[in-house]
Write a protein that binds this ligand. Structure first.
Ligand code: GRF
Length: 192
């Protein structure tokens, strides 16, 4: 299974996927492309270091979302991508990619959806005062953090929890769960 990872930020999930492949925790999966809407992103540098092809673009260089997604689609086709993994990609997926890859795009989100959709899910959970939060991997549809849930992991929020400590706990779970889900898609199995 050929995957493209889309990332706008640090790319720690991207790195976790690469690491899982190297450690053979994921088999029959290759990362054939890193797509980023932020050419200076650390994720882009990580891809270059690992000699993974990169398509980095700036949305403002294109007239609209359809135009840049058409360009992305060309790259996905060139690299024979089967599945798209959104790992901190800060844009909604539009019609062009949904039509071409509907049901084959997954996203990782740092909360137990449907709670705390959108930006700063970790801060939202702390502000609300919930006692547990977690991680969700789900299929992507036209909404923001909607779409069928594939797998979730619970993270407990302790009394003295800070944003930093909670982020660390959530990331640990993300870095385990996302590779697991990718493997399950490659095996055409389900994850609990
Ligand atoms: C992760 O917390 C993910 O859940 C969210 O964006 C963050 C990306 O982090 N969608 P990283 O760039 O993989 O470190």
């Amino acid at each position: 299974m050929n995957i493209a990872v889309f990332a706008s930020g640090t790319g720690s999930n991207f790195a976790a996927i690469l690491q899982a492949i190297k450690a053979e925790q994921i088999k029959n999966v290759e990362v054939v492309l890193l797509v980023s809407d932020y050419p200076e992103a650390l994720a882009v540098q990580k891809a270059k270091d690992e000699h993974i092809p990169v398509f980095a673009f700036k949305a403002k260089d294109y007239p609209d979302k359809q135009a840049y997604e058409k360009r992305i689609l060309e790259k996905l086709k060139e690299r024979r991508v089967d599945v798209i993994v959104l790992a901190g990609y800060m844009r909604l997926i539009g019609d062009v990619l949904l039509q071409a890859y509907g049901g084959k795009i997954i996203n990782v989100h740092p909360s137990l959806l449907p709670a705390f959709k959108g930006k700063d899910a970790i801060g939202q959970a702390l502000d609300y005062g919930v006692k547990v939060t977690g991680v969700t991997v789900h299929f992507v549809d036209e909404g923001m953090d909607t779409g069928p849930i594939i797998a979730q992991r619970v993270v407990k929020i302790d009394k003295d929890e800070t944003r930093e400590t909670l982020m660390k706990k959530i990331q640990e779970q993300e870095h385990r769960l996302l590779p697991q889900v990718i493997q399950s898609l490659a095996n055409k199995e389900t994850v609990q």
